[in-house]
Design a protein around this ligand. Structure first.
Ligand SMILES: [Zn+2]
Length: 675
């Protein structure tokens, strides 16, 4: 310690301010070390984010430098205060204080980030085992100790000693921040699918313009189309405009999403592949570039393609811009963050603090409201002139936060209230329905404008959703954690050109993976060979329809008692596979033959739904899925069909029971059973 003190004395006189300056200098050494340590950590995390996605901008580098630098300086200030707290004889040198500030901040912020990333990307949100956490903590502690020792040598024996002075640290940090600023404003390389090619319009003359509307988290029963046959007034519709739209469309009554969270489900909607086949299932996954997306198929057929995502999970950064000429996403997140900065661990903390202080919520801080999304699509359509085009628009209402309409700044968000009480179910559903009404009104306005512009009649317009939403039907909330129908049964309304088949209701089961094939089929574009979905308008559509809609049977008719064939009986080939790997849940289900089998591969111990490892339901007798069927001859058949249906499109894993969903665990020697 005496030798260290000597260092302090030899440095002190250079400032010419004696002992009091030495206290200030020590404190500053802590702040300076912390500032640089924080910024280093922020830049490292930003680089991790930018290299694991396909970013459209690099703001995270500057944001990480500033945000982590500020937090680091604050922590380093604490180190400085501790350094000057003791008697003067026991004070360490500025070099030691600077190094403790630097490595203390790097290791503590690093610990925070590593724990988060390990859980999300390696352990797929199942929780990091305690042993691994101790290992990481021990590694960081040892690395920090070595860092302090090495750093102290460098800061006392080399010109780097300038860093322990305010000017030195300020110069280095300023240079780094300037570099970060330059990187953050640099144009990102054009990401896949964002080139703007010219589409020669030969051969598209007979083809329809296409609009795909995806309303996020919209349950089937949230729409008026669900209440056919209900006496008027008993169940007032929340969606008069979509009901009107549906009267000119084909309504698919049993449409099933491929997953119950956005990224995996939209990836299926875009690729015609089940979730384990396209592989974009977890929060870490990016949509592979070797899949053929709907937009790519249409661009290949000379369609102009414009997409307007409104959820951070389906942006170009995650590969969803493939095939689109134009796929903008410019969120207005609080505190000036862009899409890339949104991924910084500390930003999520800052955002939560901000939400606590700002209890008046603005929709724009979460997503672009429906009117803004539809205005963007309209402007893009206006720019296409006489070209054939395909427009995809993502509407975030009624996804949480559930805003009260008309907007009064109040909202109910999953992030802030993860577990509402059962008594809140009706209130939350009312808020959700209010969001549905808002989306419906804006879509009504949009359709009216298309009619005014003469674009409505010719167009193929599809309205669907990526998943539903739970309101405590099975003991939980939100979505992404079960494969019960409230989370996967969604609307599918298909308005064919010139309102062909208007008012047709299809009672058999259809799947999200069938939607892109249907769009290509109606547009007369060949369906890619490896897509697993099929067109919903096959040649025998009318025969199938005739079977499900027989002529009206008079009382006393010998055909009575006639039972209408259900969706479950027609057609047998369309088993719906849904898969989930989200928030620590890994689930698979098959919905076929009037049954649903759900395999709970990984279910957290504190699952409020208490989902068993295997559950079979009779959807005809028990559509609410509340009564487990213990034994059923159909069970084994369903299990085999499920097992042979999940896997990659190349067939790699079609022979193994379940896809390997735990690359990280396997890497570390953990197995499914060993967890
Ligand atoms: Zn969603």
């Amino acid at each position: 310690m005496a030798r260290v003190n000597g260092g302090s004395r030899s440095w002190g006189p250079r400032t010419g301010a004696g002992r009091s300056a030495s206290r200030g200098a020590l404190w500053f050494a802590g702040v300076g070390g912390g500032l640089l340590g924080g910024s280093t950590t922020g830049v490292l995390e930003a680089l991790w984010i930018l290299t694991s996605t396909a970013p459209s901008e690099y703001q995270a580098v500057l944001y990480g430098t500033l945000l982590y630098g500020a937090v680091g300086a604050l922590l380093g200030s604490g180190v400085g205060v501790l350094a000057v707290a003791g008697s003067s004889a026991r004070r360490p040198s500025p070099a030691v204080v600077w190094c403790v500030g630097y490595f203390g901040v790097v290791s503590s912020l690093g610990w925070f980030i590593l724990r988060y990333l390990l859980n999300r990307d390696v352990f797929l949100e199942d929780g990091v085992p305690t042993g691994v956490l101790w290992g990481v903590a021990g590694g960081l502690a040892v690395a920090s100790a070595i860092g302090v020792w090495l750093g102290n040598n460098l800061l006392t024996k080399t010109p780097l000693r300038a860093l322990t002075r305010p000017k030195g640290t300020a110069a280095l940090w300023g240079g780094g921040a300037g570099l970060a600023l330059m990187v953050s404003v640099a144009p990102a390389p054009t990401t896949t699918g964002l080139e703007v090619p010219h589409h020669p319009q030969d051969g598209t003359g007979g083809r329809p313009n296409i609009i795909l509307v995806q309303v996020d988290a919209l349950r089937y029963d949230a729409l008026g189309v669900d209440v056919v046959g209900t006496p008027a007034g008993e169940h007032p519709s929340e969606s008069p405009h979509l009901d009107e739209f549906a009267r000119g469309a084909v309504v698919f009554e049993q449409h099933i999403a491929a997953a119950s969270w956005t990224r995996a489900s939209v990836a299926s909607l875009f690729t015609g592949l089940t979730a384990s086949s396209h592989g974009c299932m977890t929060k870490h996954d990016v949509l592979r570039s070797d899949v053929v997306t709907l937009a790519e198929a249409l661009a290949g057929a000379n369609y102009a393609t414009g997409g307007f995502p409104d959820n951070p999970n389906v942006t170009a950064g995650f590969g969803f811009g493939q095939g689109f000429d134009w796929y903008p996403y410019s969120p207005q997140y609080p505190l000036g963050a862009t899409e890339s900065s949104y991924g910084l661990s500390l930003y999520s903390v800052a955002r939560k603090l901000y939400a606590r202080v700002h209890t008046t919520h603005r929709v724009e801080e979460y997503y672009a409201p429906a009117e803004a999304q539809l205005a963007q699509l309209t402007a893009w359509i206006d720019g296409q002139g006489r070209d054939r085009w395909f427009g995809y628009v993502h509407i975030m209402e009624p996804h949480d936060p559930y805003f009260r309409h008309p907007l009064d700044g109040s909202a109910y968000a999953r992030a802030a209230h993860a577990e509402p009480t059962p008594a809140e179910a009706a209130d939350l559903r009312a808020l959700y329905d209010g969001e549905v009404r808002h989306a419906d009104e804006e879509l009504g306005r949009f359709f009216a404008a298309l009619k005014t512009d003469g674009l409505y009649d010719d167009a193929l317009i599809i309205v669907t959703s990526d998943h539903g939403e739970e309101f405590h039907e099975h003991g939980g909330w939100w979505h992404g954690t079960t494969l019960y129908d409230e989370e996967i049964h969604v609307p599918l309304l298909v308005k064919l050109p010139h309102q062909a088949r208007a008012g047709t209701r299809v009672s058999w089961q259809t799947r999200a993976i069938d939607v892109p094939a249907t769009i290509l089929d109606v547009a007369g574009v060949p369906v890619p060979d490896n897509w697993q979905g099929e067109t919903l308008f096959p040649d025998d559509f009318d025969q199938q329809l005739a079977l499900t809609f027989p002529p009206v049977v008079e009382p006393g008719d010998p055909l009575l008692p006639w039972t209408r064939p259900t969706w479950a009986q027609l057609p047998a080939s369309r088993a719906a596979i849904s898969e989930e790997d989200f928030d620590g849940y890994a689930l698979q289900s098959i919905r076929a033959d009037g049954r649903k089998l759900i395999e709970g591969l990984v279910v957290p111990a504190d699952d409020p739904h208490r989902q068993p490892s295997e559950a079979l339901y009779d959807l005809i007798a028990d559509p609410q899925e509340h009564r487990l069927i213990p034994d059923d001859p159909a069970k084994e058949g369903l299990r085999v069909r499920l097992m042979t249906s999940v896997g990659s499109p190349n067939g790699d894993s079609l022979t193994t029971p379940f896809p390997t969903r735990r690359p990280g665990l396997a890497l570390l020697g953990y197995t499914e059973d060993g967890k």
